[in-house]
Design a protein around this ligand. Structure first.
Ligand SMILES: [Zn+2]
Ligand SMILES: [Zn+2]
Length: 117
């Protein structure tokens, strides 16, 4: 198995509505909660069709409130959302691929994936 950066620190910055992850290669990723929720990887949100992850529109403020973040094994985190949805397992590798920082994503996130509510 090839080595992949893993988070050494995970912080929910509630005032800014984002999850900040520091990776083992010192890369810092700020994920807007809305962005993470919109790409919730669980089968309910993504269906079983395969293919690239689908964006799900977020409509309620409690859908982007992070209640809890728990580590799953040594490869992923599980995010519990304010509306009780907690089946999304976000692998570290996926999260790193999704990193919206200017280096990883020069064009940045579109407005609808970024805004707070
Ligand atoms: Zn989901
Ligand atoms: Zn990045």
């Amino acid at each position: 198995m090839s080595w992949y950066p893993h988070p050494t620190e995970i912080d929910y910055v509630q005032a800014e509505g984002l999850l900040r992850m520091t990776f083992s290669d010192d890369h810092v990723a700020d994920y807007p909660a809305r962005y993470l929720r919109g790409y919730c990887p669980c089968a309910h949100c993504q269906g079983h069709s395969g293919g690239p992850p689908k964006w799900q529109e977020v409509t309620k403020p409690n859908q982007i409130r992070i209640d809890n973040v728990t580590q799953v094994g040594n490869y992923a985190i599980c995010i519990a959302w304010g509306d009780g949805h907690d089946s999304g397992i976000y692998s570290f590798q996926n999260l790193r691929t999704m990193c919206p920082c200017p280096t990883c994503m020069p064009d940045g996130l579109p407005e609808e994936k970024r805004r707070l509510t």
